[in-house]
Design a protein around this ligand. Structure first.
Ligand code: ATP
Ligand code: BTN
Length: 252
């Protein structure tokens, strides 16, 4: 069981990538157990499939959480993390949608992304959860997905003072850790129910791409019991496993 009491916190002014930094520390055996790393600035943030993650010092939350588990223990980890982030933001007054497998959206614009990476240290396996969240405005040019960026402050209740990056991290980490713990204890089903309530594409016409070209199209049917994303195509129900595949809404 993962508990909040076990979390070691690190706060850095600047780092290349919080994920790269934490993965290297676990791989060398310098870190074990549960570690949360917040950086105020990140110079080489990474997204899925080698894509770059843009951040602005002060405006971007750059957070990684390291866990002493193997990636194979929780193949649906990005779903757990998305649910933990969404529940935390909702409790703070900000409603988000989740785009399978790893994006956090508001009204079709990208608020944040999740990147999970795993490896082995000298004594135990590790998994690092990376979360990038736009708190203030960031400039993202020509995103390949066509998803424009948005930020928390633009959707923040007027009457509330905006939180600092560290305060956001202190709210988000327990929520993410408890969603991961739920996944470890109870499997996918309760997480899938919480994901489906916020599924950004459910019931919409979508195109599946391999990053370059379309590979299938149909209606988004949501998560299956095994964690695949289902698309109702002309040739029948297609279960899609994360890999490097991307979903896009089909307009027109
Ligand atoms: P998918 O997740 O469907 O495969 P994606 O384009 O969202 O597609 P990701 O790897 O999840 O791909 O995210 C990386 C992409 O996010 C980058 O290619 C860039 O377009 C976009 N991006 C980078 N930084 C930010 C940011 N701070 N806010 C919003 N979007 C960003
Ligand atoms: C994506 O949408 O592709 C995922 C983006 C994940 C970005 C975060 S920022 C903190 C952590 N460190 C990184 O280098 N990447 C993740």
């Amino acid at each position: 069981m993962l508990t909040q009491a076990d979390i070691d916190w690190i706060v850095l002014d600047s780092v290349d990538s919080t994920n790269a930094h934490l993965c290297a520390a676990y791989a060398r055996g310098e870190r074990t157990g549960v570690v949360a790393l917040l950086a105020h600035a990140q110079t080489q943030g990474r997204g899925r499939a080698g894509r770059a993650w843009v951040s602005e010092p002060g405006a971007s939350l750059c957070l990684s959480i390291g866990l002493p588990i193997a990636g194979s223990q929780l193949p649906f980890l990005p779903i757990c993390v998305g649910v933990g982030v969404a529940e935390c933001l909702q409790a703070s007054g900000v409603r988000v949608q989740l785009k399978w497998p790893n994006d956090i959206l508001i009204n079709g614009h990208k608020l944040g992304g999740i990147l999970c990476e795993s490896g082995s240290g000298p004594a135990e396996p590790y998994t690092v959860i990376g979360l990038g969240l736009n708190l203030g405005p960031v400039e993202v040019h020509s995103p390949p997905s066509g998803l424009k960026a948005t930020f928390v402050q633009a959707h923040w209740p007027d009457e509330q003072p905006m939180l600092s990056n560290l305060d956001w991290a202190k709210r988000l980490v327990p929520s993410i850790v408890s969603a991961v713990d739920l996944g470890l204890r109870s499997g996918l089903a309760p997480l899938a129910a919480l994901f489906s309530k916020r599924d950004a594409f459910l019931g919409q016409k979508v195109v599946l791409t391999d990053g370059q070209k379309p590979v299938a199209e149909g209606i988004a049917m949501g998560l299956s019991e095994s964690g695949a994303y289902l698309i109702d195509t002309a040739d029948g129900l297609l279960p899609v496993h994360a890999g490097d595949l991307s979903l896009r809404v089909q307009h027109g």
